[in-house]
Write a protein that binds this ligand. Structure first.
Ligand SMILES: [Zn+2]
Length: 508
């Protein structure tokens, strides 16, 4: 009765677990169900390409787990109160919640443009204070937390040496960390590595009631408290960028395990950095690109393809040349889709996925050892969500599709090929744009050409109108007029291409 050819026995999926340092068979806590928590943004500013990488990577993991037939609860939080937000609010003379609110909205817009699915739950710190206070109280009760006098009440710290296995995720001993840490030692702390669970209120800052007086949560406790509320005290996957491994995730383990007395996460998954000229892209280094800035020059499909072309655990080198490569590749793939759609006289948006509408069997047969598509895709995803391998599965699919159109093959077979692409696109989150619309979007250097054309008063609608006029002129054998239109457009950076189904244009 199931129509999901991609579903597989759970033990066939292997994931790389940072905790064990190796690939392990994925066996969820509750059969058939997956609980996944990924650390979200601190919304004090616009999100950058580093954020796009994390959330696109875990978006594919979410999509793949669903394709495997799991019922997935995916939680991604917002750290909507934090030192950086308070600082930014003070600089701008507005309330911290206004800073957080506008950047959360911008982030959600960015994610929607990148075709990132909305998680099941998006909890915020400011609406989780009750859970956080309860958890801090329990940690104190268990003897791993202690209260000292703070500015406007009590500060609560986590006592790191209370956890004998602290450092198990980062693979560092407490002695090594202490030697490496250049922290100003707060004399109120029992140990230099102890960290804040609760910070007492400072004048003018947002604060909430607690048994220790008014204050706000430390950074790490929120993820322990929110994951516990939504996924329980033992769940499957915890993810985030590699930079969160230490201290954030290490501290989260310490807090949760001090609270429950047992492990709280089975599999820790971390994605690699985005590097710029071999340095990590980060806000603090100033070498970052916001998602919106990149999307002014490149289509979201291109950025997504660029990100998925590297395995999520590996570093990505962000360069214009690499983005141009992704653009050229996507142009070619979209060109194939448009050609096949025109030939088979179907709209891309109306092509159903092969899995739902039954078959891609005829097309799969054409693929030979490169098919069947769904099985090859499953194999690649089951290997720690290997997206470069999935893209390698896509390659012969597009080549075969192109060949079928060239050979003027049976149109039904071409539609099957398009359905096969839908299967791949569903899990990669690619090819969500109509190919014609994608191809009409200027990218890279063509963006400047489009701006130039627009500044000369040429909107895409006007270009379309001129194109229609040229077609009419050609029909009437008025080649003088048709050539004049071509030259006029060429002078404004627009190239016309005549094809079997009419003329198309693009910015050059
Ligand atoms: Zn977190």
């Amino acid at each position: 009765m199931t129509t999901q050819p991609a579903s597989l026995p759970a033990d066939q999926l292997v994931v790389f677990n940072t905790l064990s340092g190796k690939k392990e068979p994925f066996v969820p806590v509750t059969p058939g169900h997956v609980g996944m928590y990924v650390c979200g943004i601190t919304p004090y500013d616009l999100s950058h390409v580093g954020h796009a990488r994390v959330y696109v990577a875990f978006d594919v993991i979410y999509r793949a787990l669903k394709a495997f037939g799991f019922d997935v609860r995916y939680v991604r939080n917002y750290t909507d109160i934090d030192d950086k937000i308070i600082k930014r609010a003070a600089e701008r003379g507005i309330a911290p919640e206004a800073v957080a609110g506008e950047n959360i909205q911008a982030f959600q817009e960015d994610m929607a443009r990148l075709n990132v699915l909305t998680p099941t739950d998006e909890p915020r710190v400011t609406t989780s204070i009750g859970d956080i206070v309860a958890m801090v109280a329990r940690i104190v009760e268990k003897g791993s937390g202690y209260v000292v006098e703070g500015t406007g009440g009590g500060d609560v710290y986590f006592h790191v040496p209370s956890m004998a296995d602290y450092g198990k995720l980062a693979k560092r001993s407490l002695d090594d960390m202490e030697a490496g840490a250049r922290v100003e030692v707060d004399p109120r702390k029992k140990h230099p590595m102890d960290f804040a669970l609760w910070k007492s209120a400072k004048p003018g800052e947002p604060s909430w009631d607690s048994p220790w007086g008014r204050g706000r949560p430390g950074w790490h406790i929120e993820c322990s408290a929110m994951s516990d509320r939504l996924l329980g005290d033992h769940f499957d996957i915890h993810g985030g960028g590699k930079d969160l491994q230490f201290p954030h995730h290490e501290n989260e383990i310490a807090q949760s395990e001090a609270c429950y007395g047992h492990p709280h996460v089975k599999y820790w998954l971390h994605n690699g950095f985005v590097n710029v000229d071999n340095e990590k892209m980060s806000k603090s280094l100033g070498n970052f690109f916001t998602i919106r800035d990149v999307l002014k020059v490149y289509h979201p499909e291109t950025l997504r393809l660029f990100l998925l072309g590297t395995h999520y655990r590996m570093p990505i080198n962000y360069t214009e040349a690499n983005l141009e490569d992704a653009r050229r590749r996507m142009d070619s793939l979209m060109g194939t889709l448009q050609r096949a759609c025109e030939y088979a006289a179907v709209k891309w948006g109306e092509v159903a996925k092969g899995v739902e509408s039954g078959k891609t069997a005829g097309f799969d047969a054409r693929l030979g050892e490169n098919g069947p598509v769904a099985a090859k895709m499953t194999e690649a995803l089951a290997d720690d969500f290997n997206t470069p391998r999935v893209l390698a599965v896509a390659s012969p699919v597009f080549t075969t599709l192109n060949g079928l159109v060239t050979d003027k093959a049976d149109k039904a077979l071409v539609v099957e090929g398009l359905r096969a692409v839908k299967v791949l696109g569903e899990v990669l989150g690619l090819w969500f744009t109509d190919p014609a619309a994608y191809l009409a979007t200027p990218q890279g250097d063509a963006v400047a050409a489009a701006e130039k054309a627009a500044s000369q008063g040429l909107t895409p609608e006007q270009i379309e109108a001129l194109l229609a006029e040229r077609t009419a002129a050609r029909k009437a054998k008025d080649f003088k007029r048709s050539d004049a239109i071509r030259d006029e457009l060429a002078a404004k950076g627009i190239e016309i291409k005549d094809g079997p189904t009419g003329a198309t244009w693009r910015y050059v």
